[in-house]
Design a protein around this ligand. Structure first.
Ligand code: NAD
Length: 456
């Protein structure tokens, strides 16, 4: 068991910070503290809770640049993305604040009385976050959970605890009650597991690998603990011959190279109709080869390093650097891997169906719509995907046939804080974000009140 976590700059391998690692005992104390804070928070007037969450959003807004610079140092994200991520965290708290006074139960017609439903907070919620988007994913769970009247204990990933710790300080600065939102940096198998096992934690929101998600699901089953899972992906990017092929090819690199491919929604399986396959590659190759990889703090950089040596080794185990169509990456210290596209991978090979979580995509040809759909669905995942076509009927047909939670047509953009997000199959369980985000952090209580007098 580690006593502390060493945070490395993935672009230089320099030590950025050393953070004490939370133990099971720390988690237990945090749950006690959070339970007390939650009772008072749930009893507060909705308008007061909303006002405090809005103030938290405003304080985050005042610290966007600082948070973004921390993200660049601890996660190697390019500075433009890091600013967007801090802004996304701000927007999530703002949006959730708008839901506090709108979290209504229903009145349902029944004979002989009045039937109402009440949406009650769950209590203490544990949010376990990955390292690939530390700020947005922390806020995806935390903001709606707090807005619905819960307390939150956030366990960031071992490699990226710093923005989470800063957000907890900013929450106190904004006036959120002590204990309501606490951050517990620590090892997954220690602090994460303690949250999952703790009887005082009513729900776990887990974002991470499918392997760990399954284990957490099994443990939650023991207590019938509420659970949301956001897991892995291996998303298709389907390009039909009737699409604007050049636009599709030029948009493809960003869809799997953004965040160095460490994106659960990365479109890493590019499926191209055979009649336009060569034309697509003619446009794709130079765009991949010229992708700018380097210092993430430089405004002109498009792609930074991978998060860690372990991640670099993982990516290398799927594809040796220098294979396929590829760009370049810095030598020397840091966890660098060049943008890579493989055109000769078999459709069932590991690199074509498993989540690599690096800047690597395969291109596979298909003959017709049925084959495109079959290939798109031929993984254990079902998170995201894109469909490029000018035929509206085909866009709708294929959107219905692809088994994934988040699709985009003639675009790669499908994640917005105000629309629902989540996975089919082994990509997850439940939905986050969107207009129903708060209800995932409530129990529905149904109450019937007789209008026919006492039956005694
Ligand atoms: P991971 O599963 O290794 O770790 C995720 C988190 O779980 C970390 O905080 C880790 O410390 C913790 N953890 C590990 N073992 C644990 C245990 N036994 N009990 C409790 N907690 C434990 O994943 P990762 O490598 O940090 O993140 C990458 C993965 O996350 C990828 O598979 C990616 O697709 C997925 N992801 C999914 C989404 C989504 O929304 N679907 C979004 C981002 C990332």
């Amino acid at each position: 068991m580690l006593e502390s976590l060493q945070v490395l700059n993935p672009a230089t391998e320099d030590v950025v910070a050393t953070v004490p690692a939370a133990t099971a005992r720390d988690v237990d104390a945090a749950v006690t503290h959070a339970s007390r804070a939650q009772a008072a928070w749930a009893a507060a007037a909705p308008a007061d809770r909303a006002r405090l969450l809005r103030r938290f959003a405003a304080v985050i807004d005042d610290h966007i640049e600082e948070l973004a610079r921390i993200e660049v140092r601890e996660a190697g994200h390019v500075i433009g993305n890091a600013r967007w991520e801090a802004g996304n965290a701000r927007d999530l708290f703002d949006y959730a604040a708008g839901g506090v006074e709108r979290l209504n139960g229903r009145q349902i017609p029944v004979p002989g009385g009045l039937n109402v439903t009440m949406l009650e907070p769950l209590g203490v919620v544990g949010v376990i976050a990955p390292w690939n988007f530390p700020m947005p994913i922390a806020a995806w769970g935390t903001a709606p959970a707090l807005a619905a009247g819960n307390a939150v204990l956030l366990k960031p990933a071992e490699t990226t605890p710093l923005t989470a710790l800063r957000l907890a300080e900013l929450a106190l600065e904004a006036g959120l009650p002590e204990g309501l939102f606490q951050v517990l940096p620590g090892e997954g198998a220690v602090a994460g597991d303690a949250l999952v096992e703790h009887p005082g934690v009513a729900k776990i929101v887990f974002t991470g690998s499918t392997r760990v998600g399954k284990r957490i699901m099994a443990k939650c089953a023991d207590r019938v603990k509420r659970l949301t899972l956001e897991l892995g992906g291996k998303s298709p990017n389907i390009v039909f011959a009737d699409a604007d092929v050049e636009a599709a090819a030029l948009a493809a690199p960003g869809s799997f190279l953004d965040n160095s491919g460490q994106d659960c929604c990365a479109r890493t399986r590019i499926l191209v109709q055979r009649s336009v396959y060569d034309r697509f590659l003619e446009h794709l190759a130079p765009a991949v080869e010229s992708y700018v990889v380097g210092d993430p703090a430089d405004e002109k950089t498009q792609m930074g390093p991978l998060i860690s040596r372990a991640q670099l080794e993982r990516v290398r185990s799927y594809v040796p650097s220098g294979a396929g169509i590829h760009g370049s990456a810095p030598d020397g210290p840091g966890f660098w891997f060049p943008p890579t596209v493989l055109t000769d991978a078999a459709p069932t090979s590991p690199v074509a169906v498993e989540e690599v979580f690096g800047p690597v995509a395969v291109v596979l040809p298909f003959d017709d719509e049925a084959e495109a759909v079959r290939l798109a669905n031929a993984t254990e995942y079902g998170l995201s995907g894109s469909i490029w076509t000018r035929d509206v009927g085909r866009a709708l047909r294929v959107s219905q046939a692809v088994r994934a939670g988040n699709l985009s047509v003639n675009s790669h953009s499908s994640v917005r804080y105000w629309t629902p997000f989540g996975g089919y199959e082994q990509s997850g369980l439940g939905r986050e974000l969107g207009p129903d985000a708060l209800t995932a952090f409530t129990e529905t209580k149904n109450v019937f009140i007789s209008t026919e007098g006492s039956s005694l």
